[in-house]
Design a protein around this ligand. Sequence first.
Ligand code: ZN
Length: 131
Amino acid sequence: MANQVSGKYGKYVETDLPKFAEVSGHHKPAPFWIMPDMFPGVSLHVAGVDASKIVEAPHANPHQHETPEIYLAPSERKGDIVVEIQMDDEKFVVDSPFAVFIPPGVRHCFKVIKCETTHYVFGIVLPEWRG
Ligand code: ZN
């Protein structure tokens, strides 16, 4: 692993990113910015894609898992990213910036409708959620 920082805290700095991993329902390995076991005791997963590269091209089929997920789309301006989110049988359109909570067991996916410049949409999976 290529750590750029030496010393006591070098192990807490990860620069070899993203890590690619298979995710059920996804069409190809997803880019992860935080992976389980990257840091001691942290089981959070953070995947994220450049939304401008997947306009009208869904990266995953509707899928579900027993841990909740948050879709997070930061942006400085309203509507830099526009996505259609599906949760079970409901579809709705949301303009960035947004954070959407997907409860455990709810089938979900999203499709980017508009995004003209590089902006990331993150999927943050919370394995330790206790509801
Ligand atoms: Zn998911």
